[in-house]
Design a protein around this ligand. Structure first.
Ligand SMILES: Cc1ncc(C[n+]2csc(CCOP(=O)(O)OP(=O)(O)O)c2C)c(N)n1
Ligand SMILES: [Mg+2]
Length: 556
């Protein structure tokens, strides 16, 4: 058994005797964290003991499954833009959280995982300890860019500070700290570690000028935003106005330019504009859809802003590459651009016309859009919409108006079914000041439905809308349309979702039409004392895929 704690954590003291767990916890507090999403177990008992000591400064929010804890940390990170943490036991605990950790990696989200370990001396020996997994550290190294195994208390504070810095430097992303069952409780004189400075990339004047000249000379400039642009709304808005450049955001880039601006576009019109553009400024996006689906040719010059220079060599060499944090780079570009940019006539009328032409074509998916209109009419501007891999979600990416950054949370390229409910719980927990609405299908919701208990236990006022078609509808439609109706593994037996919610003590409502959904949402959003589930029974919906997987418009 681990030794008893000698002294309670005291993060104010510069050096004192404390356990590894106390040192980690004090370091997290010093970095501004206020919550750890967690599921306990014996390897982490001493970590939880340290969390207990500081529970007035660092809340422990426990979930019913490790994926819930990790998705909640992810949702909190996406909604706030700030680092968040979760803690789980090794082996099955780690693996249960792994889909969320993978998603955090894919989304460059600063999520710190605290993972237990078997007794330190036996790591790697294959003795069959509780929750032992072969080469846990090796598995973790494949999942994230930064990880460390804490082997003694003296190492703990610095390890935590390094992890916190790693999550925010270069390409941001998750980090993992492992610590053995018998090390969490070991004590030593510990010097607490202040936050380490985040190294800033120097921005090269010549490259900024080169980019500004290209953009200034462009006849049909365009801006494409990914998740890396979420903190650059002001700058992108100003650049777009100066250049009269449309701004495309699809999943992670939505909300950077307000959807009410006629220059703000989603995929279908974005593809037309990509076909016409002579210069594209890509901010914090992999450009996978553009370069792989829509094509590229010599007439198009691409300027990329990315935290990770490895991006440039992957698919297509950019004409100009600006590496680093997008915000200061865009600010420099904004300062330089007026010297090279002509006064440009407004494209407002043209863009409004093109937007409405596409809205007409999107009427093909109007059942989905009618539900989205109902949600938008009730969700305030700063309210957060959490997307899922479901029919309403696919339509939302194309047609849901988004007014502010970080108010449209979409899972990026993992597109992992089942992320939504628990991620939204984390978003709502971390942003109690704004309403959060999660949408999901009956399939996706059931991945983490047990976290309704977490929503009740921690009184999280999330509103969840479950669109119930009794199927993995997207799969079923594919089987109908492309496999001659050979249906396999796509029908679902469901609970009564309203009764399910009520059985936890949550509010449960059924809405059978967009209008009933609107009314139900209005009531639900007024109820801030706990969760609400709104079930919407639906039939099969028209396919959105012709608007998402669109053919080439450039190149061979
Ligand atoms: C982790 C994961 N597993 C499987 C899939 C494949 N998949 C994509 S959509 C879908 C069905 C979604 O069903 P539901 O949530 O009910 O939404 P619907 O399409 O019926 O609206 C499945 C299984 C996925 N995207 N992610
Ligand atoms: Mg379904």
């Amino acid at each position: 058994m681990p030794k008893e704690r000698k002294r309670p954590a005291d993060p104010a003291a510069a050096a004192s005797t404390m356990t590894a767990a106390e040192a980690v916890v004090a370091t997290l507090i010093a970095h501004g964290l206020d919550t750890v999403y967690a599921l306990p177990g014996v390897q982490n008992d001493l970590l939880f003991e340290a969390l207990f000591q500081v529970s007035n400064r660092l809340r422990t929010v426990h979930t019913r499954h490790e994926q819930g804890a990790a998705y909640m940390a992810l949702g909190a990170a996406l909604a706030t833009g700030k680092p968040q943490a979760y803690a789980v036991v090794p082996g099955p605990g780690l693996l249960n959280s792994a889909a969320a950790l993978l998603t955090a990696y894919s989304m460059n989200a600063p999520v710190l995982a605290l993972i237990g370990q078997i007794p330190d001396a036996d790591i790697g020996r294959g003795l069959g300890h509780l929750h032992e997994i072969r080469d846990q550290s090796g598995i973790i190294k494949r999942l994230v860019d930064h990880s460390e195994l804490i082997r003694k208390p003296e190492q703990a504070a610095r390890a935590a500070a390094l992890a916190m810095r790693a999550m925010r430097s270069g390409r941001p992303g998750p980090a993992v700290l492992e610590c053995a069952i018998d090390v969490w409780g070991k004590s030593a004189p510990v010097i607490l570690q202040d936050p380490l400075p985040i190294p800033a990339k120097t921005i090269d004047n010549d490259t900024i000028r080169k980019a500004a000249k290209r953009l200034g000379a462009a006849k049909r400039p365009m801006i494409i935003c990914g998740g890396g642009a979420q903190d650059c709304s002001e700058e992108v808005t100003a650049l777009s106005a100066m250049l009269q450049a449309p701004v495309l955001g699809y999943r992670r880039g939505r909300g950077v330019l307000d959807s009410r601006d006629p220059l703000s576009v989603t995929l279908p019109l974005g593809r037309d504009l990509w076909g016409e553009a002579d210069v594209v400024l890509a901010v914090g996006t992999r450009l996978l859809i553009q370069l792989r689906q829509w094509g590229v040719d010599r007439e198009l010059a691409i300027i990329r802003i990315d935290a990770d220079p490895e991006e440039y060599g992957r698919l297509h060499r950019p004409a100009v590459a600006l590496t680093g944090d997008a915000k200061p780079i865009l600010q420099r570009l904004l300062a330089e651009l007026p010297a090279h940019n002509p006064k440009r006539p407004s494209r407002k009328a043209e863009m409004q016309e093109r937007q409405s032409a596409w809205r007409k074509r999107l009427e093909k998916i109007s059942p989905q859009i009618a539900f989205l209109d109902a949600i938008r009419s009730e969700l305030p501007e700063q309210g957060i919409f959490v997307d899922e891999v479901t029919q309403i979600g696919f339509a939302a990416r194309l047609a849901f108006p988004v007014y502010k950054p970080r108010t449209f949370l979409s899972p990026g390229y993992q597109d992992n079914l089942g992320w939504g409910f628990a991620t939204a719980l984390g978003a709502q927990h971390a942003r109690p000041d704004v309403p959060v609405v999660a949408i999901s299908g009956d399939g996706g919701f059931m991945f983490t439905a047990s976290e309704m208990a977490t929503a009740m236990r921690h009184r999280i006022p999330l509103v969840t809308i479950v669109f119930n078609d009794g199927a993995f509808g997207n799969v079923r439609r594919t089987q109908q349309e492309h496999y001659a109706n050979r249906l396999i593994g796509s029908d679902l037996a469901n609970p009564d979702f309203v009764a399910f919610a009520k059985s936890f003590g949550a509010e449960g409502v059924r809405a059978k039409s967009p209008e009933e959904l609107r009314q139900g949402l209005r009531r639900a959003l007024a109820h801030r004392d706990g969760p609400t589930l709104i079930e919407v029974p639906v039939g099969a919906m028209p396919s959105p895929w012709e608007f998402i997987q669109m053919p080439k418009v450039r190149g061979r």
